[in-house]
Write a protein that binds this ligand. Sequence first.
Ligand code: SER
Length: 241
Amino acid sequence: ALLSATGEKYPMEAWDLNMNSLFHVLNLAKGGQIKKVFWPSSIAVFGPTTPRENTPQHTICEPTTVYGITKQVGERWCEYYYNKYGVDVRSIRYPGIISHKAMPGGGTTDYAVEIYHEAIKEGKYESFLSEDTNLPMMFMDDAIKATTAIMAAPPEKLSIRSSYNLSAISFTPKDIANSIKAEMPDFKMSYKPDFRQAIADSWPSSIDDSVAREDWNWSHDFDLNKMTSEMLTQLKKKYKA
Ligand code: SER
């Protein structure tokens, strides 16, 4: 998919890519060539009219980004293909994902990946979101764990065929900077919000994922400090090699 920030630069390309790729897969599954479909949705389905704290599974979704619109519409189509054609489609609304392997690619939550790379390379980072922007996030290992768990769940356990809320940790740029400073006391953080601030401000700060926890026993392993420690350890190795 084209993610939230890139999608705002290329709206029609984002619409074409994000929707047509889903239809190709759903139609292959409808034709019997694919047995089970996983489709990633996102916290971007929510918008400024959504309750921001502990956002419920079923709530107002009025996204303001093209990316969010494609994810919301995609969720509707996933559920439609399940109800109408019996396609076994499963989906998660991912929060911002943080990985030391995948480089950031056009998202609003990318600052939380870039910051670790810059901390190791430069000892400083300029955040494109303001210091108190609280967003739902997750370490990649937890995202993989959730994805394999939902795909392994018996179909009768899944009460949601649009997309599940999923949550692990919420933090602000200031929180992540403090967590890095605990390991690298000389790390310097500065703030220069750009157009991505408005996108972040339209998203929830925390997510109620109790339905996922109930239906397929979801639980996360990484909190902010554990993630920071793993990110810094792995990236130190990467940049020394
Ligand atoms: N990480 C994504 C983005 O920022 C949200 O799904 O666009």
